[in-house]
Design a protein around this ligand. Structure first.
Ligand SMILES: [Zn+2]
Length: 75
């Protein structure tokens, strides 16, 4: 085992990945829409905080569904 590489677990798919490849919902503050306050509330309902770790695949998935719900129900 390589002890230098720390691994973390994705909260959604439970895959393990390298620490430097962590994604969180904080990256959504850079999207044009929906507003980040709305995004935080959306994930709060899903019991996801700004500090939860996700792999790239899962954070992309959450980005897609939150944007789709915003467009469909909140515009
Ligand atoms: Zn994942």
């Amino acid at each position: 085992m390589n002890s230098k590489t720390r691994h973390v677990q994705c909260k959604r798919c439970l895959d393990k990945f390298k620490e430097k490849e962590i994604y969180t919902i904080q990256q959504f503050q850079y999207r044009k829409s929906p507003p980040y306050d709305w995004t935080k509330e959306f994930f709060n309902i899903m019991e996801i905080s700004e500090w939860d770790s996700f792999c790239e695949k899962c954070v992309n998935y959450y980005g897609k569904i939150s944007h789709a719900i915003w467009e469909k129900y909140c515009m």
